[in-house]
Design a protein around this ligand. Structure first.
Ligand code: SF4
Length: 576
């Protein structure tokens, strides 16, 4: 029987609970959002004792299903003021699942000044006071825990940014090669810091493992599913070769690559930072162009990026980070961006939010456009030392805009808009506006259909069909996020007819269930409505489902496009 582990930091107690019947069919995002909506008062302060931090592996996590090892983390977000789910690879989801842990709920807040570590084993979870690693950043935390518990232990940790409770703080997760992945968006690291939990370790020795209701059916479906991932040109070739950074040149060509804080859709320096250049650099320096963020990933869009001397510099070097400091800040030195990626991982801040914040900071004249070295200095000496400027930058783009009186601030629900200009790729604008998560491309990745022609074609420059496209993708994504699958399985799921049925067959074979495609769609709809219900109860209205004014008033090159949806057209998204 899968269990719920509950940790209360107010009275320093832990409990093991049976999973309530209505949660039994849920996993990942469906479970974290259901628990947050049920147990967190919507009007509570996100950094106060009434918020809860919920971790849940997906429905297929821990099985041999390809790309199913993602862990969802949910809470009320201190960045957006609404509900948040952020999912990540690493080893934690598979370890939780093998231990029979359906969810870990961290609640309350210590009365004193002490910090704590949580230790998850087959016996449950224990709270231990922690002194040595407080004030340390993520790399040091990982190394120390490896020394204490060995290389196999799973780790979730916060850096000094989480300790400072800045709203770009993330939660880092150890991956199979001992590097970091991140629950990046929405300031979940600040929530963990507010509860004075520095890290959570997971040991799965003696774990009961996963029992499949129908092993043969699972195996057959798994084979079909994996073949679909490998056969699709995006998941089988593009992502494994160039990583997500394959998108720099594609978005540049499409005129949707936000440049110089969203003042153009094309970046003259795109060739310096594009996936093709990155691939050549990685190969020339003896890095790894392919790397999985968790065991069982067959796409492997991640990579290991070495410095000029061939020494490890960073991994999981994503398009959105490279765009954010590259085109968005006009920095053309890929090594500066990779160094920043490493520093942000170590401090524990979201590389998208921070990069969007730097774009606004450059507009404010805090540092010159394109000055990678000054950007690195600010990360090390201001954010790293917790100065006033550092805390403003690490509180995200909205905070920088408000502090310096800037009007071009690309945020929705105070979360930074990533990597795709909604004036030139209109479908993604509907997603940014309407998703309960704040601006989040992964919530309904219309780039697939608008730009990559996956799942059909919807003209990125016209309004026709964009609301329906975003709605269908957001519903599908909410369901996929509940399985523990990486979102990139959506590419074959949209194009290869047997892919999605195979995924549903795996869930049925895992649990002895008889879910249909309609059930999966119903799950996605319910998740979205639950999340929106929380946001409305927290004080949001349809006015929060809007893009910043400048997208409407400032045309963007090369298409001279503006965001031209009426409020009624945007609000029609929720007609389901
Ligand atoms: S494709 Fe990329 S993001 Fe998805 S599981 Fe693999 S490495 Fe992680």
């Amino acid at each position: 029987m899968d269990r719920i582990l509950r940790v209360n930091l107010t009275d320093l107690t832990t409990r093991i609970e049976e999973t309530p019947g209505e949660w039994a069919g849920l996993g990942g995002r469906a479970l974290t959002s259901t628990i947050v909506a049920r147990e967190v008062p919507p009007a509570c302060h996100p950094l106060g004792p009434n918020n809860k931090l919920v971790f849940a592996p997906g429905l297929l996590s821990g099985t041999s299903a390809s790309n199913s090892g993602r862990l969802s983390c949910g809470a009320k977000s201190p960045l957006t003021g609404g509900i948040k789910e952020s999912n990540v690879g690493g080893t934690a989801a598979q370890m939780f699942a093998r231990l029979g842990i359906k969810a870990l709920i961290v609640e309350g807040m210590p009365k004193g000044a002490a910090w704590y570590g949580l230790r998850v084993t087959r016996d449950g979870v224990a709270i231990q006071e922690e002194r040595e690693l407080v004030g340390k950043n993520n790399f040091a935390v990982l190394e120390a825990i490896e020394g204490r518990l060995g290389k196999k232990a799973g780790v979730l940790s916060i850096g000094t940014a989480g300790e400072m409770r800045v709203t770009a703080a993330n939660i880092s997760v150890r991956d199979p090669s001992g590097k970091l992945r991140s629950h990046g968006r929405g300031g979940l690291g600040a929530v963990m810091g507010s509860k004075r939990v520095k890290f959570i370790t997971i040991e799965d020795e003696g774990a009961p493992g996963i029992q499949l209701a129908d092993p043969d059916k699972f195996k057959a479906a798994s084979r079909v599913f994996t073949k679909a991932l490998m056969d699709h040109p995006v998941s089988g070739t593009g992502l494994p070769t160039y990583g997500t950074n394959v998108l720099v040149n594609i978005l540049h060509e499409a005129g949707g690559l936000p440049t110089r804080n969203f003042t153009s859709g094309r970046f003259d320096g795109h060739e310096s930072i594009c996936g093709e250049t990155m691939h050549e650099t990685i190969v020339a320096r003896g890095g790894k162009p392919r790397h999985g963020c968790h065991a069982g990933c067959v796409i492997q869009c991640s990579q290991v990026y070495n410095d000029k001397d061939g020494n490890y510099l960073t991994s999981g070097f994503e398009y959105e980070t490279i765009w954010g400091l590259g085109a968005n800040c006009t920095i053309t030195d890929l090594d500066d961006i990779a160094t920043a990626d490493s520093i942000m991982d170590d401090l524990g801040i979201d590389s998208i939010e921070t990069a969007v914040a730097f774009g606004v900071a450059m507009e404010a004249g805090i540092l010159p456009w394109g000055d990678g070295k000054e950007m690195l200095r600010i990360l090390r000496e201001e954010v790293g030392q917790g100065t006033a400027l550092g805390r403003v930058i690490a509180s995200g783009a909205g905070a920088v805009g408000r502090t310096y009186g800037i009007t071009r601030v690309p945020v929705v629900k105070n979360q930074g808009i990533p990597a795709y200009d909604p004036r030139s790729v209109k479908g993604i604008g509907i997603t940014y506006a309407t998703t309960p998560m704040g601006a989040d491309h992964t919530a309904g990745y219309t780039i697939a259909t608008n730009i990559l022609n996956v799942g059909g074609q919807v003209d990125p420059l016209k309004k026709d069909g964009q609301v329906e496209l975003s709605r269908n993708l957001q519903i599908a994504t909410a369901a996929i996020d509940s399985t523990g699958m990486c979102i990139f399985v959506a590419f074959p799921a949209l194009d290869i007819p047997e892919c999605l049925p195979a995924m549903i067959d795996m869930i049925n074979a895992r649990y002895g269930a008889e879910l249909t495609g309609d059930d999966v769609v119903a799950l996605g709809r319910t998740v979205l409505k639950t999340e929106r219900g929380f946001n409305m109860a927290a004080g949001m209205t349809s006015v929060h489902d809007r893009l910043p004014e400048f997208f409407r008033t400032d045309p963007v090159a090369p298409h001279d496009a503006v965001w031209d949806f009426t409020d009624e057209e945007v609000d029609a998204f929720w007609n389901f």
